[in-house]
Design a protein around this ligand. Structure first.
Ligand code: 5AD
Ligand code: FES
Length: 362
């Protein structure tokens, strides 16, 4: 079948997906153009913002790719105070960001759980609940997820990192703290509780194949998630996965593969929210723009106080680490206009796929 015929299909099968992910040259361009066309027709040229608050780099896990893993003793650990976190959210509201995303290393202790609940409550009090709240705080019990949901968080991101169990255990230690099936269960729990649930994978990992990446996309469709985040894997020198860096494709190829993943998923799930991950910009100065024109529609500008950012380097040379939130604000607006997109300020920017599903459910 010609590539054009695949692009015109209503429903993509696995073999179609693999074929799209392998597209090069003019075929790749045709895929990216089609994805942009689909996005513009279903979601318009809007870009939604989530002001990112990197709350803490304290983490009980030791993911083999992650720079802030528990076993990396080169990192100085910090946790932002509750007041500071709420201040960040206030700044988001003043800048018109519409939503915040709170991200942190994984902690399950009752103090942490209670602190998040209080922060969510306090953010909800800003301007009568005008800010949407996304949490990205790892694997938690159902009770914790429920408590945070009832406090007012309505979106949750938990990347599966890879939907292939073998690959999952090549990039995570195989122990009780890193359990592929528990992660799957967490995603199901989040969906059942009514969160707008997001997941995602890293692209260009060692041992990853196009076949596995196609399965990742099928996994997102099968779970019918509302949001997806995908970015290129960036080797971090202080991690156990670093020695495999010579086995992965060069940066440009990882970027291109990420764009093809975004574009293919946009064809498969035309109305979900997809983030242009910061990792894209780290690997290519125009990476975020490229992700947006390949089908992404969300950007997460960093609101973490600058003094802490150097300690939240999950991968090296992260973009924007030195920029002040206000600088990111005008920079982003200009960058999005330059590619024909428009930032939608002061709106939550919920996933249209999620809102539609909610309306049709009994
Ligand atoms: N390169 C790219 N992305 C990474 N993440 C963690 N470490 C890396 C890395 N070295 C991603 C993971 C995680 C998200 C917060 O950042 O997918 O879920
Ligand atoms: Fe915990 Fe990366 S291993 S944040």
């Amino acid at each position: 079948m010609s590539l054009q015929a695949i692009l015109d299909k209503e429903f993509l099968e696995k073999e179609d997906i693999v074929r799209l992910l392998a597209a090069e040259g003019d075929e790749k361009k045709a895929l990216l153009n089609k994805a942009l066309e689909v996005k513009l027709s279903r979601l318009d040229n809007y870009v939604h913002l989530r002001g990112l608050i990197e709350l803490s780099n304290v983490c009980r896990k030791s993911c083999l790719y992650c720079g802030v893993r528990r076993d990396n003793d080169k990192v100085e650990r910090y946790t932002i105070s509750e007041d500071q976190a709420v201040e960040c959210a206030r700044l988001a509201q003043q800048l018109g960001y519409g939503s915040v995303a709170i991200q942190s290393g994984e902690r399950n202790d009752p103090e942490f759980v209670a602190m998040i609940t209080r922060i969510v409550h306090r953010i909800k009090e800003i301007d009568n609940g005008s800010l949407g709240i996304t949490l990205s705080l790892g694997e938690q019990s159902e009770a914790t997820y429920r408590q945070w949901f009832e406090a007012g968080a309505h979106r949750y991101l938990l990347r599966i990192e890879s939907s292939n169990e073998d690959l999952y255990y090549r990039i995570h230690p195989r122990d009780e703290r890193h359990d592929f099936h528990r992660r799957l269960d967490c995603i199901d729990t989040l969906l059942a509780l009514g969160y707008q649930t997001g997941t995602g994978v890293m692209v260009g990992l060692p041992f990853q194949t196009l076949d596995i990446l196609a399965d990742d996309l099928l996994f997102f469709r099968q779970k019918d998630v509302a949001m997806v985040g995908m970015g290129p894997y960036i080797p971090h020198p202080d991690t156990p996965l670093y020695p495999f860096a010579d086995q992965i494709p060069p940066a440009k190829e990882r970027m291109d593969l990420t764009l093809k993943m975004i574009a293919t998923l946009r064809l498969m799930m035309p109305e979900i929210n997809m983030v242009a991950a910061t990792a894209n910009q780290t690997i290519d100065p125009l990476g975020r723009e490229k992700a947006i024109t390949a089908g992404a529609n969300v950007i997460m500008p960093n609101l973490t106080p600058n003094e802490y950012r150097e300690e939240y380097l999950i991968y090296p040379d992260k973009a924007c680490v030195g920029d002040k939130p206000e600088e990111c604000f005008s920079c982003l607006d200009i960058r999005m206009k330059a590619i024909g997109h428009e930032i939608l300020y002061n709106e939550w920017g919920d996933s249209r796929a999620f809102l539609k599903k909610k309306r049709t459910e009994p």
